[in-house]
Design a protein around this ligand. Structure first.
Ligand code: PLP
Length: 424
């Protein structure tokens, strides 16, 4: 099996790259491990310098897509340079090759997510992984999938497609807005289960409100009724510490390009064990698609692939691990709580749960009569601040660790100015 070590040639990409690429590859020292204890602000500032995002840009929209920092970019560029030399060690090794089991990339990611390598298929993004679940899960016409009314299009539409082609029934429960505790969500799910419910498919972290659903309890509820549990975890890797085997769900999907800042074009599908794999048909197929001894890797046999993408993934995991997921999660949450509290003080209606256990690093508030699209455009065009939300007045504020309190205060000051300008 070929991995980074099997490529001949040295990592000389920085010296050969274009000026823009050389800038991206410029190594900026990572903070010393003990700096956090000595000077927390300096520690996060040093991490902020790993990102190419200019100093005057504030990105409060990691919820849509993240930005890869220097170590990730360097791994990707080096990967292209070394692989494209066509000097791989083995006579069967090529730079773009989709038939491997990719242990060198799957294992670090599986470890990072609290899973075993045999449970993990690396795919291109969360939309694709959700499509594998909705397309492949063994169901008959009339069988029901139960989801929330807050699923992302990439979670809901694969099921709508299955509904239209094959007659499975999509049932939704309404998420409480906001849910005051885990029981409020669990009761809604429990009440919506019928004898025909075969699978519960919900986001781990809602794209609409940022609410962190009680995944472990939902998985246990599903299991107690003989129903398969599947989570769309697009926002989870890199935002909060995730232990998939501890959650105890059957299926879990996600993206690494958002909060983990890995390469664009990285996603995954987790399948708990062979009994679940037996119930999920493959969607993309080539040799090995039906070989049960391959376990989860049979879901990633897709034909030719982009290996430098996976090298970037490993670098993203290394960076997150060197900081520590507990530390990242605490910082992410602290910033989200700060922006949330400040917005509520300004009279915004909170759609984020009052229960800290149901909150992560996305604060969602409703701010009528402010028109979010108008504010979003104004903030980006005039002030280089990225936010996103939903019409008419919902703001979704995502707070990755590399933001500072000063970045958030700049947003808050401009939010006040905008309201004044509009007489709101
Ligand atoms: C809950 C959820 N699922 C899926 C997706 C799609 O993710 P990807 O771009 O990795 O396909 C998103 C994107 O924002 C999301 O929020």
């Amino acid at each position: 099996m070929f991995d980074r070590r099997s490529f001949l040639g040295s990592a000389t990409a920085a010296s050969m790259a274009s000026p823009a690429a050389a800038q991206a590859l410029k190594a900026v020292p990572l903070p010393a491990a003990d700096l956090h204890g000595r000077d927390e602000d300096a520690y996060w500032k040093a991490l902020r310098a790993q990102f190419l995002i200019p100093a005057d840009v504030v990105n409060l929209n990691v919820g849509t897509v993240g930005s890869s920092p220097r170590p990730v970019l360097k791994a990707i560029f080096d990967g292209f340079e070394t692989t494209e030399q066509m000097t791989q060690a083995g006579s069967e090794d090529y730079p773009i090759w989709g038939y491997g089991s990719w242990e060198a990339y799957r294992k670090p990611f599986a470890d990072f997510m609290g899973a075993h390598v045999d449970q993990m298929a690396i795919l291109r993004n969360c939309t694709e992984a959700n499509s594998y679940v909705a397309n492949g899960f063994d169901m008959k016409a009339g069988d029901e999938v139960l989801m929330s009314d807050e699923e992302h299009g990439s979670g809901e539409m694969p099921w709508m497609l299955r509904h239209r082609r094959y007659g499975v029934v999509v049932k939704k429960f309404a998420m409480p807005k906001p849910p005051k505790d885990a029981a409020a969500i669990l009761n809604r799910i429990n009440d919506a289960i019928t004898p025909r419910t075969k699978i519960i498919f919900v986001s781990h972290i809602s794209t609409a409100t940022g609410v962190v659903l009680p995944a472990k309890e939902i998985a246990a509820l599903a299991r107690s009724k003989g129903i398969v549990s599947a989570f769309d975890g697009a926002h989870a890797p890199g935002m909060i510490k995730v232990d998939l085997n501890d959650i105890g769900c059957d299926l879990y999907t996600g993206s690494m390009h958002k909060w983990l800042f890995a390469t664009k074009g990285t996603g995954f599908l987790y399948l708990r064990d062979e009994s679940v794999m037996d119930r999920v048909w493959n969607t993309v197929a080539t040799g090995g698609y039906d070989d049960p001894t391959r376990k989860a890797d049979r879901y990633m046999q897709i034909g030719s692939s982009c290996i430098p993408t996976l090298m970037g993934l490993n670098a993203a995991i290394e960076l997150a691990t060197s900081i520590g997921m507990e530390r990242i999660e605490a910082r992410n949450r602290l910033l989200a709580d700060y922006i949330h509290g400040q917005m509520v003080k300004r009279g915004a209606e909170s759609w984020t749960s009052p229960d800290p256990a149901l909150r992560g690093a996305i604060a969602t508030v409703n701010t009528p009569p402010v028109q979010r699209m108008e504010l979003q455009e104004w903030l980006w065009t005039n002030h280089k601040i990225r936010v996103r939300g939903g019409n008419p007045s919902k703001l979704r504020l995502a707070t990755p660790y590399f933001l500072s309190k000063a970045d958030i205060d700049r947003f808050l000051g401009l939010f006040d100015e905008f309201r004044k300008m509009k007489g709101a």
